[in-house]
Design a protein around this ligand. Structure first.
Ligand SMILES: Nc1ncnc2c1ncn2[C@@H]1O[C@H](COP(=O)(O)OP(=O)(O)OP(=O)(O)O)[C@@H](O)[C@H]1O
Ligand SMILES: [Mg+2]
Length: 257
């Protein structure tokens, strides 16, 4: 049975999209069947793997028009890269910004994404949902259909700010819409060799104990360059520290089970 993992943090720019793409690709490379779901109207996951192409129908049509999920799944297979063999994408575009508003008045509005993913969840080992930087209805939909939530945390001064709000939301969803939701782990990202970074690591570990992944993602400029070539780190810079870290994280996740 496929595991649905929502990658969420309402703080912007903490590494959600980078993690969805590169952890997804790392697992695909290990032979796992992976679906990336772009639930952010910014569409960074979509452009990060296929460029600025506007794929329609997209997640918007799935959520709002109830169209068959198979029609919004796109294979990334391109014949050149074997790493793409195992990866599918449900893309988004700016239409999704409207979905957030349209959903407000719709029937069972928190369960729309669950309904979209339910028919295909068994076709995958892992489904990663890239959430927008807010705790709005799109994130609530992701948390409602997920088995796990993965929380990226940037190794910077205000990293832990807002985390209690996120944990409160997760708890609320656990008590109402999704009893089985579990925190998979906190992922420390953009670690630099500074005492501040180390301080954040220590503080996070002290507070969240074994809920923090052992793997830490370093700050690596290659990770920030790769999306402009619509490539994962394994295609763009396979020897980089970023590639090594995300591969490590994939192994840790598999071992975790
Ligand atoms: N480990 C890293 N080292 C260097 N740059 C990184 C790293 N991780 C992410 N970045 C860069 O930092 C920026 C923010 O990362 P990303 O887009 O993954 O965050 P996000 O949480 O998805 O942001 P948003 O909340 O806007 O969706 C991007 O430009 C990305 O390329
Ligand atoms: Mg993002």
């Amino acid at each position: 049975m496929g595991k649905i993992i929502a990658v969420a943090n309402q703080k912007g720019g903490v590494g959600k999209t980078t993690t969805v793409i590169n952890l997804g690709f790392a697992l695909g490379d290990l032979g796992k069947k992976v679906l990336l779901v772009d639930a952010d109207p910014q569409s960074n996951t979509t452009s990060g793997v296929i460029g600025k192409k506007d794929l329609r129908p997209s997640l918007y049509e799935g959520l709002i028009q109830d169209i068959d999920t198979k029609k919004i799944i796109y294979s990334l297979k391109d014949g050149r890269n074997t790493i793409r063999e195992n990866i599918d994408l449900i893309p988004s575009n700016i239409d999704l910004a409207g979905a957030e508003i349209e959903l407000v008045s719709s029937f069972l509005r928190e369960l729309r994404l669950k309904k979209v993913l339910e028919p295909i969840v068994e076709n995958y080992d892992y489904i990663f949902i890239d959430c927008p930087p807010s705790l709005g209805l799109l994130t609530v939909n992701a948390l409602t259909c997920a088995n796990y939530v993965l929380i990226p945390l940037q190794c910077e001064y205000y990293a832990l700010e807002g985390i209690s709000q996120l944990l409160k939301t997760i708890d609320l969803i656990k008590r109402s819409l999704n009893r089985d939701l579990e925190i998979l782990g906190i992922l420390l990202t953009m670690y630099g060799r500074t005492s501040l970074s180390q301080q954040i690591v220590d503080e996070t570990r002290r507070y969240f104990k074994n809920k923090v992944f052992k793997t830490i993602i370093p700050r690596n400029v290659r990770l920030s360059e790769a999306p402009s070539f619509s490539q994962s780190i394994f295609e763009y810079a396979p020897e980089s520290s970023g590639a090594i870290a995300y591969k490590e994280l994939a192994k840790e996740l598999i071992d975790h089970e």
